[in-house]
Structure formats: structure tokens, C-alpha cells
Write a protein that binds this ligand. Sequence first.
Ligand code: PPE
Length: 302
Amino acid sequence: MEKAKFIWMDGKFIPWDNAKVHILSHVVHYGTSVFEGIRCYKNKKGSAIFRLENHTNRLFDSAKIYRMEISYTKEEINNVIVETIRKNKLDACYIRPLVYRGYGELGVNPFDSPVKVSIAVWKWGKYLGPEAIEKGVETVVSTWQRMAPNTFPAMAKAGANYMNSQLIKMEAILRGVTEGIALDIFGYVSEGSGENFFCIKDGVIYTPQLGASILLGITRHSVIKIARDLGYEVKEQFIPRELLYICDEAFFTGSAAEITPIRMIDKLKVGKGERGPITKKLQEEFFKITAGEDKYNWLTWV
Ligand code: PPE
């Protein structure tokens, strides 16, 4: 990864190479963390963070589920994020706020380990490869499913959830493709290892609903809003696996992935095997906003 200069840790800016935690920190042993991934875009008007408040709200929600009390307000976190970007003199970057249990006691009980906060920023290019946004990616349906309801809460963006994501991602790579599409334990489509999933059939846009073991993505929400405002019908519902094989278009959404078309699923072409027209239209509208046309008030200027 490309280093930046400073990482904010519990109130102080620490030089990148010194930003360390103790090996006996609770998080290292038990995955005790919640985090966010946010993009800051450079455009003609300056540098703009995409949907900062929504990300901070989700960070606090994730922390609440895991009973981690953050000793800063949302407003303070938002301000520190802006300050961290400025301090690193970055314009376009990826932002990673992390809340975790640090060094205190070991043993599963987390309550005796302090809740710590860090904010890092760095340059991050296209998540699924440099050509993915135009050409799309090849995928497989993963043999690994997303976590069952009432096991790991999917709505919390918790570090430990990403062990499941890693199984999905490793399998995809070993099967020679970019990303895996995971089903939920009932066999319905859920999401990618680090992205939400959408597909389009006969002009209708489908995406798995809340409860399908998905992270409630902020890009997902943005795309649903953009699509409905363009006049498309968007259905949040159970998606049977076979829709993957007969849909006209499909794409992933995420802060890192933005809107990435899917051109192949299980060696079958999605539509013509290239980015579809509605996907392209949604990308155009999305990137207009990140380029500074802030019609929904989604940008925070650095
Ligand atoms: N599902 C999962 C499992 C997920 O990790 C992400 C984001 C999304 C959906 C989309 O959510 P949103 O970013 O709010 O639209 N994944 C983050 C981390 C990726 C990583 O490799 O790290 C991200 O995109 O920042």
C-alpha cells in the first residue's frame, strides 16, 4: 500500500511507521473491531468526502451493537477525519476509521480492554482492478455463504466479519476470478466479499433486502436513490440464484468498489458479457456527484 504521513490515534497524529498496537491487544486475538471505509474525491471544486455523516453514523451503530463506547462525539470524529486528510496533504484518498479494543485483559470478556480509535488515510486506486469500472469483472458464486442471522450481525461492519469475506475472496482468486458472490444460508443472493450486489432484468433493478445477511451499504443506498430518481423501478427483495444466470446486467457497489460491472458469473456471460447500458447510466450519475455536482448534499468539503 502507499504510505501516507500520519495516522490519528486516540487524539494524536502518529508518524505512519510508528502507528502500532500491543500484540496482546484484545483486537489482535478476538477480532474486536468495527470500522468504516470512505472515499474522498478530488474534483474541480476541491476535495470532497462522500457521505461522511452516513459513514460515521454506521460506525457508531456498529460500535453500539458490540457495546463499545466511543469517547468522541460523531462531530469530533467527522472533524478529525477532515483534519487527518489535511495533515497528510492528500486530495483524493480512502479513509479508514477504526474502533477497537486495545491492551487491557485477555480472555473473551471484552469489557476490561479499552476502546481505542484510529483514523488512517491513504491513496487507493480502483478496488477490483484498473479496468474494472469500464470492462467489468468476472465472478463465481462462492461455496461459502454469508453468516447466518443471529450469529455475526451483518449490519455491523465488524473486523471479524471479514474472516468470512476472506474465505469468499480467496476462493474466487483460487478459481481464477476477481470476486465471489455469496449466498445467504437460505440460498438467496447476499453480497460480495466487500461489496453489495445488484442485477437488472427486463429494466427492473434488483438488490438483496435488509436481512439477507448484507451490510447496509452506503453506496447501495446512493445507487437506489439515483436509480429511482432516474425513473427506474428498484426492488429490494430475495434474489434466487438462477436470476444471476439470466439477468441482463449486474454490478457491485461499495465505497472502495464504487459501481463495478459484473461481466461473468460462473463462466456464463451477464447479458453481452460487458458493462450494460443501465449500469453505465448509473455510473455516470454517481461519478457526476463525486465530481462535485452535489445535488443530494452528499459531499463534505475538506
Ligand atoms: N458489503 C460488504 C461486506 C462490504 O465490506 C462493503 C464495503 C459493502 C457491502 C459496501 O458498503 P459501502 O461501502 O457502505 O457502500 N467494503 C469496504 C471495505 C473493503 C475492504 O476491502 O476493506 C469498502 O468498500 O470500503
